[in-house]
Design a protein. Sequence first.
Lengths: 543, 202, 366
Amino acid sequence: MANIQEKIAKLFPAATFENDNSGILQITVADEQWHELAKNLRDDPDTAMDYLVTIVGMDWVEKLGCIYYLMSTRHNTMCSVKVAVTDRDKPYIHSVADLWRIAEIYEREVYDFYGIVFINNPDMRRLFLNIDWVGYPLRKDYDEDPAINPVSIENERQTDLTSVYKEEGGKVVKTEREIFHKDDFVVNIGPQHPATHGVLRFRTAVDGETIKKIDVYMGYIHRGVEKLCESLQYPQTLHFLDRLDYFSGQIYHHGLCLLYEKALNIEVSRRAQVIRVMMDELSRIASHCLFIGTYCMDLGATTMLFYTLRVREQILDIFEKTCGARMTFNYACIGGVMQDLAPDFADDVRALLEVLPKNIKEYNKIFTGNVIAKNRMEGVGVLTREDAISYAVTGPSGRASGWACDIRKLQPYSIYDELEFDEIVREEGDSMARFKVRMAEMEQSARILAQLVDNIPDGEYCVKVPKVVKLPKGQWFQLVEGCRGAFGVYVESDGSTKPFRLKIAPPCLPLAAVVDHITQGSKIADLITIGGSLDYIVPDMDR
Amino acid sequence: MEVTTKSMPYEAWKDNEYIEQLVKELQESGTNVIVGSFDKLINWGRSNSLWPLTFATSCCGIEFVSLGAARFDMARFGWEVARASPRQADFMMVAGTIVNRMVPVFRRLYDQLAEPKYVIACGSCAISGGPFRKSYHVAKGIEDIVPVDVFVPGCPPRPEAMIYGIMQLSRKIKVEKFFGGVNRQESQKEFLAKHPIPADGE
Amino acid sequence: MYNVSDSHIFDFSRVTGPIHDWLTGFLPGWAATTVECVAIGVGLLLLYALLALFYIYFERKVCAAFQCRLGPNRVGPFGLLQSFADMFKILIKELICLNHIDKFLFALAPYLVIIASMLCFAVLPWGDGLQIIDFNIGIFFLIACSSIGVLGILLAGWSSNNKFTLIGALRSGAQMVSYELSIGLSVVTMVCLAGSMSVTDIVLAQGNGWFIFKGHIAAVIAFIIYMIAGTAETNRGPFDLPEAESELTAGYHTEYSGIHFGFFYLAEYLNLFIVSGVATLLFFGGWMPLHIPGWEGFNTVMDYIPTPIWFIGKAILLSYIIIWFKWTFPRLRIDQLLSLEWKYLLPISLFNLALMVCFITLGWHF
């Protein structure tokens, strides 16, 4: 990283450098130079930061700003860039939506939460909240009085216009732009629709059965988790993560615990690590099972759902015996896990590993080889590798496009570097590839489980942790591989018992953002195929 | 009159007092014999044929999927005909958090349900806002938005709890009156008068 | 042609004949006909409702069996009364009045759909002597009637003033009009073999062997095409695009509630019965018991089983296959659906028709 630092320092003498507590190089730069620096970081072959992990909006009271987490798919290095502005009434930052496609939606999120306007972003609307919402909820001075933003049964106001802010002669000018053409036939799909997998809403311009454009509306399950976390103590923040992507609850917990443990310098016992990894992989299998079931149901093959849920129920039984719940486990905690394993955990896992290959074989027999299924999925919704990176589509969907983006391999955490498993990468990038990647990942997860199930070491399941958890001042960032992609979590602490800022970078937000790009020109029925194959979880993207 | 369902003893139900109260009210108002037997027939049909609306916002919805699966199999009770169109559904299982932005949509769905319609608040989020109660963007329980018939607590409730909840609903329907004074609809009307439908809706 | 009067098949005109004679004995001719019409109408309606309810129950049980579930088992013994409870409820469910719709067409559509399927009942060969009307163009009448249904679906989609229903209805229109060609052609193929359009003649022609055996290759091809097209005609999976739940909520009947929706719901299952009934008529001998030439004892035993049981039993067996399709296959996309019909099924059925004609002229059939 040092030579990169020198190189950038030469080009941008005003930039300052420091390492954050996770060991990621942080460049602080003024807004005027930000776009140029971003371009440099992305295009310079030495840095090649082509993957924008997340944009963390920040309110440091005296300043507003963003922290951009960037990653290079070529060098597997990360860096972050901090851009801050002091004007609270009219905060402007230059957009990088032209460099990373996903930035468009990330910037909308920051605008929604902090009111930071991004110059040149083609679509500067609110993302999660109504257009009439008063105030920016994640600002520290936000007034939470329910009288200002009451719960109303009046239909939300809607507009077909979006604003674009452009710089003209040193002044920022707001212009308005229409989202759809005047003569478009717009069909509203969602938020209450059986195929949107939750309360996501697509406004779809169609020409007959062909899709011309999709405008994604989110926020129908936006629960303000990030703001809630700021008023809770560190251990309390954990339980929200079960309710984001409720299939990756174990993994998200694991991720946040890793971050806290890193911050607190806690060494977790080997036993706890093995348990955590086993739970992660079990939930990955359960999640992919449900994916296969619901996806086949979306395509009309309802019966598959019942066969896949059979395996899922078996896994839920294993969870239930140990964690005491079927879905919201709240199992991993700072220092280890909440309770010790149930006595027959290992036997149950062995029984599962025995039936799993048979079941996968059965799924392939029923569905994968079916002519209709092939016709519905092959060549539908092709996402190229470049687009997958630009849209930050990670997880199985990204790997189906040929991007080896498995965090377990790129930045091995916990004991993943000791385990033997393959990263499934396919080149086709279509819905079939996304389906097959998940099928194969179930086998790999089973492989990991088979390695661990016979050697769960003895020891304590949870190390001693101070009663009151206080993180030292600083900032941390942690990535883990969720069931649907790279899950990032950023915590900034001011030294108290509560996080100053806790940012969740969910894998599902990019998945929803890419829908418009890959559905253009396909049929309405393909929207269902594509949406299903991306497998987004709406509460995860909305938070 | 003991209101119970097949293969479930009366004593096994938890809130018999409530149903007994309903039955008492019913008997006080008095029923004609012919009308009464018609009522029985209709209530038999209604209570045994509850079609849910496919409506789920978050975690509880996944448990609702499990409820339909082979292990819990809600088809045994005839609830598996989940309708995607609110016009054809009988009850709404509000599975998941209802946030501010969803409230108008949710209320509209309720208004679109055809009478007789019932609502089950499923999970702590729907009941009170649950873990997200303090959030700036979460409705604190759906009680203020639509009249609720049955509350099923849990986060998320187990499928067994959901079955119990829907069976309770079916028990409530059994003591409803179709002809003459309709006890349930009165309270529904009262509620709707307090929470009017906005002018531009429907 | 098979001589029924020589066999042991019970001729139901032995029952209906005396009733007719008894009625005309004390009533003038027109009054007797009216009474008979009313009686048959009531009987038909009852049969219609019972069959539909049975089919709903049947499908729910079959689908549950495919999905390792139990299916309805709480209402009545084995859940037999489940669909009755459903119907009671639907009957008294609110009919929602919508604004900004074409009220007349909206109300008309479900009746058109249900009338179309009811008319088809008139010519189905229920049993020996149990046919309601015995046209000499019975099969033609059947095809004509079943085409009215699509009108109802189009009207339903159009008059609801809803984008989803409109897309659903147009999909349905495109689908049904296309697949009617294949149905028509495979019916024509079989009519060629029978040499008559009269339903009774078609049945009687199969007395010494069902057409699927008599016409061998060409008949089997026609049967497969008929089953595919028939599944599409009834809007059932894998061709259930018009009401594709995951795409269009409930398709053309999204806005219908109460008994109007009940009509669509019933008609769907009745169409299933009609399609399998016609398949029974054309390929499996209608009410004709299974006869194997030469096995006289076997044939006599078969003859003792009443003919309505033969017909309904065969029809249910064929419906089972269609239900099997639905719960196994994923759904097709609209363009794949149409290309399947126009690029594959239609040319094959045309070729098959020619093949059948060759068979008949060369005498290669049995």
